[in-house]
Structure formats: structure tokens, C-alpha cells
Ligand binder design. Structure first.
Ligand SMILES: NC(=O)c1ccc[n+]([C@@H]2O[C@H](COP(=O)([O-])OP(=O)(O)OC[C@H]3O[C@@H](n4cnc5c(N)ncnc54)[C@H](OP(=O)(O)O)[C@@H]3O)[C@@H](O)[C@H]2O)c1
Length: 323
């Protein structure tokens, strides 16, 4: 179903829990190793929508249109005011022949998703940001996007982008960075505080370290060889196992799973976690997680265990968010 008028759209949107669902794995680009089809993802989508998880995060680059095409096929059956969309312009895939490469990728995503308006549109990373921040401005001015988001930007880059936007009376309202218990540089570098001070939402991605922080994988049960998950995590799964054991002890108190505690931790830190889901049970666990309230003492124990683990999980597209 195509968009209705944008103002009506926002008025009709119900309140929803402070989490987003991630659809990178739906792109089947060999990062995750699954074979996710519309047939096996549709029940996952419906389970999420039924539980009021209505904010979907995707990008054209997730399978070069595959994730957006699958998600769009489900969204077309829904009223536009019943869900929110978060999608991204990826500089490395800009069509530089176009006058405005950001608008061109935006339009392509809209076609795949079956929408004419995207709630949060992101610049996926800061490579060439001076150009892309300027090119996103017309989308905001024409009311085609609800808010501008910056992803994988460090604090200096965020401030520079805000300067450019301020010249046009605009402001980025959202930041999306890697933030898990073993990757807290967005916190130590002051980005979380900056977001609070400037009333911006911080979206945390890879809160579960793509499954390594769920207790499902250990040296005896590694990620599927040949996938990017295997390449990044298999050699350090014994360290994750030790950390997951500490998390598991806290999980027992809540009759929860390790994944639920990691999601609850990200919420307790004031972030909106984006959780990649490929199974109905994962949506059910997400629903449990949003109800858990960790104590300061538990948060301290989890973070101390993460620090002791010495795990570093900076991915090839990322950098340490130094202060
Ligand atoms: N802006 C950026 O640069 C950027 C970068 C990365 C990610 N993201 C966004 O953030 C989203 C989340 O990141 P991600 O998907 O890479 O990683 P993630 O959320 O840390 O992990 C997702 C994976 O964890 C497993 N999982 C999820 N819930 C679980 C549960 N309750 N119990 C056990 N296992 C569970 C699933 O693995 P199985 O499929 O094997 O079951 C799922 O595919 C992405 O989908 C994407 O939308 C953005």
C-alpha cells in the first residue's frame, strides 16, 4: 500500500517499544549464512508486527536490494501508518552519474519497499560525508524523510555534519553505531552523552554481536565456516563463552536468556537497540527483553566481565570512536 499524506501518517502511528528490528540477514549476502526466503521470514515479520515491533531497519546494500524487496513485499499488505522504516544511503554504492546520488538511492529503496516516505534516512558511513550531507538536504526539505540519521560517524564527524545541516535550518536527529557490551566506544567517546544533550536518538546495532552474545555459539558450536560471522567470531568464541557464562548467571535471576539480558542492557543504557531477527522465537525473546529492568549492580558486573574478556569486535567498515 502506498503512502498517505505524511502528517496523517505520523498522527496515526501507535506508540511502540524502544527497539527496532534489523533486516540485514534478510539480504542473504553471506554475512550470516542462512537462506532466508519470503516464505520463512513472513511469519517472523507478522509475529513482530503482532507484538507491536513496528520499526524496521534495512538498507539497499543488504543483498543489493534483497532485504528491501522482501521487507517491501510484506509492508505492501499493511497500512502505512502501522509501521516505521529506517533505510540508508551507502556512499560506496553511490551512482555518481546522477545529479543527486542520495536521492537516487532513496528513490530505489522507496520502489523496493513500496513507500514514498522513509521515517529515518541514514548516511550509512562518513566516507565523503561533505557531499552526502548536502545531498540529503533536499529530501528533508521536500518532506520525503522524517528525520536525518548519521551512522558510523564519530563525534567530530557528527558535529561537522550538524554544522552543514544547521546552515539550512536542519539537524540530524539520530545516530546509529555499533554498540554492544564488548564495543562501547560510542559511550566512552561521548557520543551517547551528546545524543542525550541534543535530544537525539542513539540506535545501537550489533548488540548481540551477530549471535556471539547469545550463548548459542561456542568453540564446540561455531558459526558456519565460509560466512563473515565465522571469520570474525569463531577464533574468539572461547572468550565469548566466559562472558556469556556471567550473563547467564544474571539471566537465571530473570528466567531469561543471555540474548534477552544483552538487549535489556542496551535499553538500560538509554539506546534503542536494532536487533536482527530471523526466527519467531527471537521476536518472542525481544518481547521478554523489553520488560527486564537490570539493576545498576548487574550492569556493572556485566560491563566488568566484558572488559575482562578483552574482546574487540571492530568490523572492517568501522573505526574506534576515539574521544
Ligand atoms: N549502520 C550500520 O552500519 C549497521 C551495521 C550492522 C548492522 N546494522 C543494523 O543492525 C541490525 C542488527 O545487527 P545484526 O543483525 O548484524 O546483528 P545482531 O542484531 O547483533 O545479531 C542478529 C543475529 O543474532 C541472532 N539472534 C537474534 N535474536 C536472538 C535471540 N533472541 N537468541 C539467539 N540468537 C538471536 C540471529 O542469528 P541467526 O540468524 O543465526 O538465528 C540474528 O541473525 C542489522 O540487521 C542492521 O539492520 C547496521
Amino acid at each position: 500500500m502506498k503512502d498517505m499524506d505524511h502528517t496523517q501518517l505520523l498522527q496515526g502511528t501507535p506508540n511502540f517499544p524502544p527497539v527496532a528490528l534489523g533486516a540485514w540477514a534478510w539480504g542473504n549476502d553471506n554475512t550470516f549464512g542462512g537462506n532466508y526466503t519470503p516464505q520463512n521470514l513472513k511469519p517472523v515479520f507478522e509475529e513482530a508486527m503482532g507484538r507491536n515491533f513496528i520499526l524496521w531497519d534495512t538498507a539497499f546494500v543488504y543483498g543489493m536490494g534483497t532485504s528491501e524487496r522482501i521487507l517491501g513485499s510484506f509492508l505492501r499488505e499493511k497500512q502505512r501508518n502501522s509501521y516505521r522504516i529506517s533505510a540508508k544511503f551507502t556512499p560506496q554504492h553511490a551512482d555518481r552519474k546522477k545529479e543527486n546520488s542520495v536521492e537516487a538511492m532513496f528513490e530505489e529503496s522507496c520502489d523496493l519497499l513500496g513507500v514514498s516516505y522513509i521515517d529515518t534516512y541514514w548516511i550509512h558511513n562518513p566516507v565523503g560525508m561533505e557531499t552526502w550531507v548536502r545531498q540529503i538536504i533536499p529530501l528533508a526539505k521536500q518532506g520525503k524523510i522524517g528525520e536525518i540519521g548519521l551512522s558510523n560517524f564519530n563525534l567530530a564527524e557528527i558535529k561537522r555534519a550538524q554544522e552543514i545541516l544547521a546552515e539550512e535550518g536542519l539537524q540530524a536527529k539520530a545516530i546509529q553505531n555499533h554498540y554492544s557490551i564488548v564495543c562501547r566506544s560510542s559511550e566512552t567517546s561521548g557520543i551517547l552523552d551528546y545524543c542525550k544533550q541534543n535530544k537525539m536518538t542513539f540506535y545501537a546495532y550489533m548488540v548481540l554481536e551477530q549471535g556471539a552474545l547469545t550463548g548459542r555459539f561456542d568453540p564446540e558450536h561455531p558459526f558456519l565456516e565460509g560466512t563473515s560471522r565465522a571469520k570474525n567470531y569463531n577464533k574468539i568464541l572461547s572468550r565469548f563463552a566466559q562472558l556469556n557464562q556471567v550473563t547467564g548467571e544474571i539471566a537465571e535471576r530473570y528466567r531469561a536468556t543471555v540474548a534477552e539480558i544483552m538487549i535489556a542492557w542496551a535499553i538500560a543504557k538509554g539506546t534503542v537497540p536494532i536487533i536482527g531477527v530471523t526466527k519467531i522465537s527471537q521476536v518472542e525473546e525481544l518481547d521478554n527483553a523489553v520488560k527486564i529492568r537490570l539493576t545498576e549492580d548487574e550492569i556493572g558486573k556485566l560491563e566488568a566481565a566484558a572488559d575482562r574478556s578483552g574482546i574487540r569486535t571492530i568490523r572492517m567498515w568501522e573505526k574506534e570512536m576515539l574521544p
